[in-house]
Write a protein that binds this ligand. Structure first.
Ligand code: MG
Length: 437
């Protein structure tokens, strides 16, 4: 460079606008210090029968906050108390930029770990901190996770009905809506395996309810998929959720029988108490296995992933501690050729859905995402809800998670009292014993 060029360069440097100079300085000196000033807990029915709990972490920067999902339909009041009485006083004053350190300290704060209540608390806090980080960076969270590795997130739809004919009819509707992946259930969970109320021999004085029978299920559901494949062909990718209703050798036999119908996956054919049986399934069939909806600690997956006993991990992001552990689990999956299929249930909320979206769209280990659609009341209350169009999930593209919550609107829909304790509904067998859900 000669002297004239050097002078030109210096002149150009002095012409850099102040805002750009400030941005350049921030790149090398980091962001200004920030503190958590308050933790709000927003519990709402969303205008329906939801039992949603959201965390809103306020910071020392005016107008900067993050929101996260701590929802747990069956323990909602415990989550509210844990957040208000324990997490809030612990978090105030801490630096929200230290996501990993806060995750580790909220995880270890309770001394006993892995409890589902504290993992919901962790999730709410973790998602809110990623939301804040994204807003500070003026980027959607997926950009901070490495950026998009796909253009949108494919979802599987839910289809089903009381008969094989109704199931096919319902699956056609999913395909017409643009879904390439469809989960098909013969009625409710366990459907196809129930002896109708009033039939069969029951203990004296026992209530006459539909009774679950493993052998009936193992016989009926593979026949359903034989019928569905005959009608729909083999192009649609089909899933089915056993919801932990089978025990050991029946689970093995079930997976062997559905093999000819080329399932995309069979979900939770075994309960989490019987994971060792997955090795037996591997010995007799290549039917893919999706596992772990009720896991609350992400490390429960480690042996299943590293031994390659399963094909998809099914955790709910808000049940395992949020984006931080979901991303780590996805990275572990990537190394071992296992895929993610993050769970959504009808009880799930729009913030959790978006947390899953940001991991889904940025991880090479992604397999599929369960769909979830929200009523207008919830979408109005939560501007920036993700949208499913032609089978694909799209985020709002706004910085952070990309969603907000209208607190005035949420206050109009308070959480209802859990008069009966809001339990998960349980099935029973002919003799009145419980079936694992
Ligand atoms: Mg399930």
């Amino acid at each position: 460079m000669n002297r004239r060029d050097l002078a030109k360069g210096l002149l150009a440097a002095s012409a850099i606008p102040a805002a750009a100079q400030e941005r350049a300085a921030r790149r090398t000196t980091g962001l200004p210090p920030l503190k958590i000033t308050d933790v709000k807990v927003i519990a709402t029915s969303g205008g329906r029968n939801y039992r949603w709990v959201f965390v809103k972490i306020m910071t020392s920067e005016p107008g900067l906050y993050g929101i996260g999902s701590a929802s747990n339909h069956f323990n909602s009041h415990s989550i509210v108390a844990a957040l208000e009485k324990h997490a809030k006083p612990f978090l105030i004053g801490k630096d929200p930029d230290r996501i990993e350190d806060i995750w580790q300290s909220v995880f270890l704060r309770t001394y006993w770990r892995n409890g589902p209540v504290n993992n919901n608390v962790l999730s709410g806090v973790d998602m809110a901190l990623w939301d804040i980080k994204g807003k500070r960076a003026d980027m959607p969270v997926y950009e901070l996770l490495g950026g998009k590795v796909r253009d949108a997130v494919p979802c599987y739809d839910h289809a089903g009905g009381p008969t094989p004919e109704a199931c096919v009819e319902s699956a056609y509707k999913s395909l017409e809506k643009g879904f390439r992946h469809v989960r098909i259930q013969l009625g409710n969970y366990g459907g196809g395996g129930f002896i109708p109320a009033g039939q069969g021999e029951r203990p004296e004085g026992a209530p006459s309810r539909p009774a679950f029978d493993e052998d009936v299920y193992v016989d009926a559901v593979p026949k359903l998929f034989e019928y569905v494949r005959a009608k729909l062909g083999f192009a649609p990718k089909l899933c089915h959720d056993v919801h932990s209703h089978l025990s050991g050798i029946n689970a093995v036999e079930f997976c062997r029988r559905v093999q000819p119908y080329q399932m995309f996956f069979i979900e939770d054919v075994l309960s989490p108490e019987q994971l060792a049986w997955y090795k037996q399934i591997r010995k007799v069939t290549t039917t893919p296995q999706a596992v772990g909806e009720v896991f609350s600690h992400p490390l429960e997956y480690v042996p299943l992933i590293v031994e390659r006993d399963v094909d998809f991990i099914r955790c709910r992001v808000s049940a395992i501690g949020g984006i931080t552990p979901a991303r780590k689990a996805a990275t572990l999956c990537e190394a071992f050729g296992v895929r993610t299929a993050f769970q959504e249930g009808g009880d799930n909320d729009p913030v959790n859905q978006l947390a899953a979206y940001h991991v889904d769209i940025s991880t090479p280990a992604f397999g599929i995402q369960e769909e979830n659609a929200f009523p207008e009341s919830a979408r109005e209350m939560m501007p920036g809800c993700a949208e499913i169009r032609r089978g694909y999930l799209y985020g709002s593209g706004k910085p952070g998670l990309g969603i907000d919550i209208d607190e005035t609107q949420a206050a109009k829909y308070p959480l209802r009292e859990a008069r009966d304790g809001a339990p998960y509904s349980l099935d029973r067998t002919m003799d009145g014993a419980l079936t694992k859900p």
